[in-house]
Design a binder for this molecule. Structure first.
Ligand code: RB5
Length: 144
């Protein structure tokens, strides 16, 4: 599976650590930046990552900023993107089973690496359940 990852400066270190973890688990990782701790604007990263996810069917996105809030707000403005900000694994599971989330958002200043790694693994390993959940997602799509 292709996993597109991106962060601003607030989660640069978390992105770098998770990249090593994902490559080690043989995901096809596409890092769209940022590539240092220098300050950047999270909406620019969110826009580029969402475009990449939408262009690569079946891919998943992992977006990180200080809290994950800015990234999730920006990503959810993009039609076709369902971004889930998760700080624990139960929500990561449900974001896939019920919401068919295609982008996971994490906070580099709020979520430690070990927990973030578990959330990411859970997100990538969980399938959408479809059925009534698809009907609900279609209602969101048709209101955009
Ligand atoms: C940057 O300082 C910070 O605002 C950003 O990383 C993020 O937390 C925004 O939601």
């Amino acid at each position: 599976m292709k996993v597109v990852i991106g962060s601003d400066h607030g989660a640069y270190e978390l992105k770098e650590k998770l990249k090593i973890h994902l490559v080690g688990n043989e995901y096809d990782v596409d890092d769209i930046g940022t590539f240092s701790g220098k300050s950047v604007d999270y909406p620019d990263i969110a826009r580029d990552l969402c475009a990449e996810v939408l262009q690569n069917e079946g891919s998943m996105g992992l977006l990180m900023c200080g809290t994950g809030l800015g990234m999730s707000i920006a990503a959810n403005k993009v039609p076709g993107i369902r971004a889930a900000l998760c700080s624990e694994s139960y929500s990561a599971t449900k974001s896939r089973q019920h919401n068919n989330a295609n982008v996971l958002c994490l906070g580099g200043r709020t979520t430690g690496y070990e927990l973030a790694q578990h959330i990411v693994d859970t997100f990538l390993d969980t399938e959408f359940e479809g059925g009534r959940h698809l009907r609900r997602i279609n209602k969101i799509e048709s209101s955009q």
